[in-house]
Design a protein around this ligand. Structure first.
Ligand SMILES: [Zn+2]
Length: 411
């Protein structure tokens, strides 16, 4: 049931403006292009302008040239801080000719907005902005602070959220809504990820005289087949997470010669082979233990030939995340979903990692990933987002903020 106060705040959501804003932001291409140094800056400036118009305490911080974060606060001196998180970068549109509409047109058809980034995740970011605007304009005082973070580089190395954490912003955050496209479902867990880079070094030789060298193809093949056995063992040991499914270990790159060891040639036995393992983790898995197991497999794959040498480098570890369904923020969002749609909340899990993964891993921030947009559409050609879901998301965010932080005075 909505309270009179909540209905008062919700009456300040202007749906035409909300949808117009999603179109405006989608029309600003924010694909990171290292060759020109163009990225999220124009999109971030658009967000910062809206925040300043609302009178938010707005911070514009460059993480790298062309790649800023925007952090805006609707401050109260006391109470908790609720963070709304969105990323301003979008992935490449690919071949524009394969799109029905130009990729950054933000065309509206059949109740949908089409465009690269409309779904992932300009609609979610704008929904949060519209929710904050409604709260500010309603005059209702919340008993806590809202922090909006529009961060760069979620689709890359997540330098935006890492900069946000390093700058101390996350220290005050009590809980966060990650506004990624989840069809407004409540995703309370996310898979972890670990990338391992493995190189096996041997001795290069002429293909006609292979015995004068040491071939790396066979130990690499041995290693990968051991990794596959380990993956099956890990799946058996950890079972199927009800929201996330199975863990996995996937060789995503297998190369011989390894990068930096020259061109592949049909009569040259290369001096090194490399692989990348993309490990996806579910709650209950310990990344460090998995690294040790994989390292042991690598040692056994090269054992017996002293001229073989193997290196394993851990490029990144992002732990799996889990937020208790009884956490007050989950409860607030779930209740909001029910009050707005008449349906019980749908719980889900995120198979990939998001900026929320970093907030959770580094600062133990409880996170819920919840925003408008079909789950399977991100990064596709003809990306789209449902206008109805956007309207629901903005209202869910208003109610979640009011109920999680509490309200102070009747406006
Ligand atoms: Zn995203």
């Amino acid at each position: 049931m909505l309270s009179t106060l909540e209905e008062h705040i919700l009456s300040h959501i202007d749906d035409d403006e909300l949808i117009g804003w999603v179109q405006e932001l989608t029309r600003i291409p924010s694909v990171w292009k290292p060759e020109t140094g163009e990225g999220e800056e124009a999109a971030a400036r658009w967000v910062a302008s809206r925040c300043r118009e609302l009178g938010l305490d707005t911070h514009f911080e460059f993480v790298q040239p062309g790649r800023p974060n925007v952090v805006a606060l609707h401050r109260m001196e006391t109470g908790k801080t609720l963070m709304f998180e969105g990323h301003t970068d979008v992935v490449t549109e690919g071949d524009p000719a394969s799109w029905t509409d130009p990729p950054f047109s933000a065309a509206i058809r059949d109740g949908r907005i089409y465009g690269r980034g409309a779904n992932d995740m300009k609609a979610g970011l704008v929904s949060a902005l519209a929710a904050i605007k409604a709260i500010v304009q309603s005059g209702v005082q919340l008993d806590g602070t809202i922090l909006l973070a529009a961060l760069c580089d979620e689709e890359g190395d997540m330098i935006g959220v890492k900069h946000f954490v390093d700058g101390g912003w996350a220290d005050q955050v009590s809980a966060a809504i990650i506004c990624e496209p989840e069809e407004n479902h409540l995703c309370i867990c996310q898979k972890g990820v670990m990338w391992l880079h493995v190189v096996i070094h041997g001795v290069m030789a002429h293909g006609a005289m292979p015995l004068t060298g040491v071939n790396t193809a066979y130990p690499m093949a041995r290693f990968l087949s051991l990794v596959r056995s380990l993956e099956l063992q890990v799946m058996a040991d950890h079972g199927v997470d009800p929201l996330l499914g199975k863990p996995s270990i996937t060789p995503t790159i297998v190369m011989s010669p390894a990068r930096g060891y020259g061109e592949a040639q049909k009569n040259v036995m290369p001096g090194a082979a490399e692989t990348m393992l993309d490990c996806r983790l579910i709650p209950g898995q310990e990344p460090d233990a998995l690294v040790r197991e994989i390292d042991n497999l690598l040692k056994s794959a090269v054992a017996g030939e002293p001229r073989l040498r193997a290196t394993l480098e851990v490029l990144e570890i992002r732990h799996p995340t889990f937020t208790d369904p009884d956490h007050p923020l989950v409860q607030a969002l779930g209740g909001a979903y029910t009050d707005l749609t008449g349906r019980p909340p749908v719980y889900g899990g995120v198979p990939g990692s998001t900026d929320g993964t970093i907030l959770h891993a580094r600062k133990d921030v409880p996170i819920v990933t919840c925003g408008p947009g079909d789950i399977h559409i991100p990064h596709h050609v003809d990306e789209w987002v449902s206008i109805d879901e956007i309207k629901t998301a903005a209202r869910m965010y208003v109610l979640a903020a009011a109920r999680y932080l509490g309200t102070r005075t009747v406006g």
